[in-house]
Design a protein around this ligand. Sequence first.
Ligand code: CMP
Length: 134
Amino acid sequence: MAEQSTLILIKPDAVERGLIGTVLNRLENKGLTIEKMEMRTMTSELADAHYAEHVEKPFYPDLKAFMTSRPLVALIATGDEAIPAVRTIAGATDGRKAEAGTIRGDYSLSQQRNLIHASDSPESAKREIDLWFN
Ligand code: CMP
């Protein structure tokens, strides 16, 4: 048993489409515990810090504009191997290619508007939880 906590963002496209409940349902049905949750709008500074590894990439200006445009839901989910488990539930980054049965595979047809962000490693989870909740 390796209890982990992971940072999840239910992105502005999911909020706008009324999919908050759908995403939360999938996380809770899997057995994950929602530890903290907050609706807020990502600031420019938080976007640059959260996406530090992407700030130089060509798609970053569009990604930042999208992520800071409207409210999102930030939450911490906890459970056994929660970090890889949530990545599996989320599906591949590109919604057009994500497997059916995953959140992105079932509800996204976009690489950028892909409904959910989930930490990809224990180091990222610690860094992102600190950024959003401490
Ligand atoms: P996320 O898991 O939040 O991590 C980085 C985000 O950048 C990713 O989900 C997508 O929303 C976005 N992204 C990654 N690659 C691309 C790309 N090639 N074009 C546009 N957006 C991308």
